[in-house]
Design a protein around this ligand. Structure first.
Ligand code: PLP
Ligand code: ZN
Length: 497
């Protein structure tokens, strides 16, 4: 839409000007530090950092209705810098100037309703938010858009030559980090650390394709994380893991988009989120609280976090009565929800603080956690796939979580659930193949249900001449072949003419 066609009260605000002075705030000692450099942990006590906007009041000077209108109109404003996560610039990274904002097409993922018949089978109506429809095919792009915008800003104002951005990953963080770093060109190079054999071939191909230095280490994600932390303590690198609080800001956009997609009415909604390193759920809680504080949403949705019973430290914590809760990491076992296969979530301190804040704002039982088994994850994913919703294994985990929540009474059949398909189904397609071929029983304890297994159907043509590449058949042989093929396919499909 042309600028002159926007309502006059909106026009001046479409293009945000840098404002506010966000600070790093330590979760442990509450000390604050200016955001003129990159911090991951508190220089004073080593605690985890969040970015706070001490002047949040200024956003409350306008009514919620103003922000709702502005953000809805901004979707019609055709300027790259205010797209994606920066549609919500004032709530995400208000101090960054437009010239530093990075946009690669992230953060416009659709919410898609489950067909009525599937909703009935599950016991509640629900949507999937298809976050696999991001540039590197997972929600991690949201966080990287913010983190790399800040890095671009630092490189520019500090005149830095080269920065090496590093991360450890269960696959998707490295894909996103490598992609966004690559978009900045020569000044930012990326290096990623992956647990060997614990990322899918598709995920491995992504940082390789983006030109990153890729290191495959023995062990699981938690081991890679310890290496990357030591590396960033010893050398001047930019850490792009969840410790980097800028990523949390970008990932808040998931909550903002859902608010927008449901006309800011979230009262009867429950968001179902898979939890690994707990960065995503932290960001979603934080974003919802901000929109609530600024009056954009009146009633907050309920939150249901989901973990596999093979990587469940967050479930174990919240499943204990409040006065006896102590956090303890777990040793993970192989899970098909591999991107969430984390035993010692880095963002746990953020989550426990925000979940408590959230319950204060949204009421008792507004935050819950369930665990699900591997069989349920796989079968839920296949069930969704078979009804037109192509979701990843973590999406399957959410659907399994919704079903568990309904059975346990944590979700009411009258609520509408919004499930997070955190990545594209194709990143995890090898698990599907392995399930169909009955290869998941040993390592994952998953038994193949023959009703859900699907394999290519072989047709045998005996001695008949069949075509091959660069060897077309003579017309009469071709005709014989086609007739035979039609007969065999019709038989296999049970067709009668
Ligand atoms: C990273 C990731 C998760 C887990 O998110 P956290 O922020 O680590 O809790 C879930 N699904 C996919 C596809 C991921 O890439
Ligand atoms: Zn501190």
């Amino acid at each position: 839409m042309l600028l002159e066609d926007f309502p006059s009260d909106i026009r001046d605000y479409l293009e945000p000007k840098p404002q506010g002075h966000p600070v790093y705030e330590c979760l442990s000692c509450s000390k604050q530090f200016p955001t003129d450099r990159l911090f991951y942990t508190c220089p004073s006590c080593g605690g985890l950092m969040m970015i706070e906007d001490p002047d949040f009041q200024r956003l409350r000077a306008k009514p919620g209705s103003f922000w709702r209108r502005l953000f809805d109109y901004r979707l019609l404003y055709n300027r790259q810098a205010t797209r994606g996560v920066f549609t919500f610039h004032e709530f995400i990274a208000p101090s960054l100037p437009l010239e530093d904002l990075v946009y690669l097409g992230e953060a416009h993922s659709p919410v898609v309703a489950a067909p009525a018949e599937l909703a009935k089978e599950v016991g509640a109506s629900f949507y999937f938010k298809m976050d696999g429809q991001n540039p590197s095919a997972s929600f991690k792009d949201r966080g990287m858009a913010a983190a790399l915008s800040f890095l671009k800003h630092l490189v520019r104002i500090k005149n830095l030559d080269t920065v090496i951005a590093v991360c450890a990953s269960t696959g998707d963080t490295s894909a996103a980090a490598a992609l966004y770093a690559a978009s900045l060109g020569g000044s930012v190079k990326s290096a990623v650390l992956l647990p060997k054999g614990r990322v899918t071939p598709q995920q491995l191909s992504q940082p390789l394709g983006a030109g990153a230095a890729v290191f495959e280490l023995p062990g699981v994600f938690d081991d890679c994380m310890r290496v990357v932390e030591r590396l960033s303590d010893k050398y001047p690198v930019a850490l792009l893991n969840s410790k980097n609080p800028w990523r949390v800001l970008g990932q808040e956009s998931y909550a903002y988009e859902i608010a927008q997609q449901f006309d800011y009415r979230l009262g009867d909604i429950v968001l179902v989120i898979p939890v690994g390193n707990a960065g995503n759920i932290t960001a979603i809680l934080s974003g919802l609280l901000k929109f609530h504080r600024a009056g954009l949403v009146e009633r907050l949705p309920r939150i249901l976090a989901v973990q596999s019973e093979r990587a469940n430290p967050v479930f174990l914590y919240y499943n204990t009565p409040i006065n006896r809760r102590t956090y303890a990491p777990v040793n993970v076992k192989p899970s098909v929800a591999q991107a969430a296969m984390i035993g010692d979530p880095v963002s746990f301190p953020r989550l426990s603080k925000l979940a408590a804040d959230y319950e204060k704002a949204a009421g008792e039982y507004s935050f819950g956690v369930v665990e699900v088994n591997e069989q349920a994850i796989m079968e839920s994913m296949l069930l969704a796939n078979r009804r037109g919703l192509t979701v990843c294994t973590q999406g399957g985990e959410c659907l399994a979580g919704l079903r568990a929540g309904l059975i346990k009474g944590l979700v009411s059949p009258l609520e509408t659930a919004v499930l997070d398909s955190t990545a594209h189904a194709l990143k995890f397609v090898d698990f599907q193949t392995a399930y169909f071929e009955g290869r998941l029983s040993q390592e994952y304890g998953i038994v193949t249900n023959p009703k859900l297994a699907n394999r290519p159907r072989e047709l045998s043509f005996g001695n008949l001449k069949v075509p091959a590449v660069n060897q077309p058949l003579r017309p009469d042989d071709e005709d014989t072949f086609v007739t035979a093929a039609v007969g065999k396919i019709a038989e296999s499909l049970g067709l009668s003419s």
